[in-house]
Design a protein around this ligand. Sequence first.
Ligand SMILES: O=C(O)c1ccccc1N[C@@H]1O[C@H](COP(=O)(O)O)[C@@H](O)[C@H]1O
Length: 199
Amino acid sequence: MYVKLCGLRTGDDVAVAVDAGADAVGFVFSASARRVEPDAARRLVADVPDRVLTVGVFKDVGPAEVRRVAERAGVRAVQLHGDYPRAAFDEVAASGLALVRAVALTPDTDVRVGAFGEEMLLLDSPEAGSGHRWDLDALDGARPEGRWMLAGGLGVDNVAEAVGRARPWGVDVSSGIESSRGVKDHGLMRAFVAAARAA
Ligand SMILES: O=C(O)c1ccccc1N[C@@H]1O[C@H](COP(=O)(O)O)[C@@H](O)[C@H]1O
């Protein structure tokens, strides 16, 4: 089970995520209580070993700005939330960044992993980063195959049940590992990785 911990903001957050065995860590560059400045993220990214993927998270930000911020921060991948055309993905990928396509599941969602050139697909709630669950029954008949992550209101207490129902390749979490909005709880971070791996 691939595990991404998102919305990290401090050096201690990063150290705990790496020590807990996260596969990927996310830094939010869009409007959010979790937003970090690119230069601050660059200092955090410097302490992440190569085995852990660093992901910049963007919502409704144009491809040129995504590239500029991602390159400034030094992340290796970007996660794009919003109504991006295929050309925007291609423009970002041309700079060598790996892509995570983040979508909410609707009847019109293209759930084929790689349909927009992405390495990973993220199925999230319609309100990204809200901590809200979504109806996993919607996956019946629309379940992706391959490298797709489940997100949206996951936490230590429900990740096993959610994985059992959705059968994702990976999971992604932000709100569920916080003590208050934007403040990571290091005990919950460790417990989440363990619970996801045991699921
Ligand atoms: O966390 C945010 O504020 C955020 C802002 C803009 C785009 C995405 C954001 N968060 C992403 O939401 C999912 C899961 O969130 P949660 O566990 O339900 O809180 C995760 O991929 C975050 O990167």
